[in-house]
Write a protein that binds this ligand. Sequence first.
Ligand SMILES: [Zn+2]
Length: 207
Amino acid sequence: MSLLNSMNPPLKFSSFYDAITYHSQCPMCHNPLEINDNRIVSNIKSYDGEKVHQKLTFILGDDSLTIDVDTELIDVKIGQPYNPVYSIGSSTVYNIGRGSTIPSSGIFIQGFNIDCMICCLFSYTLQMILDMNEVKLAGIYLNSETITVESEGIVHEVRNVYSTHKTEYNSFTKDGGQKSFSLPIVPLDLQAPKETISRIRKLIIFS
Ligand SMILES: [Zn+2]
């Protein structure tokens, strides 16, 4: 993991690969995280005898965008729906809109999620910025991280949104009660999430 601007969120990753492997496992259940976004129709890994190559394809309206994780080469097809390659065990979700989405020039921003599919208690969102004049990746940023903790019958959800420098805190009780607060960013301690929760709750009391 190598980060630029680590003192000044939103974090900019030095590579696409660093971004998608920012957290190698779920801090809550320690299972591997997965790229999980219903706009991604293809996530193919192939092995050329030396290393694993990975390509992700997004369907965006009638357009498709493929990024090679290793080389960061971008392939954009405007108005040409992509024919997904189905592999055994793939759970492809199709979500095709209408019309062209990807501009042919300027800047294009596309976000996607990386989640724990086992416990569903942790996820993070990345934002990739594409320079469409040169059809290349201009940057990839950590947009947000969300962690959910249950403690004493209350479900606490903390979402740190680095693009807006806010911590969005929601609590849910079994009887249907819900509270929401927005705070200046509180660092997430993923090793001790309950510490982060108690810190947030103290800030709310004194706010
Ligand atoms: Zn998990």
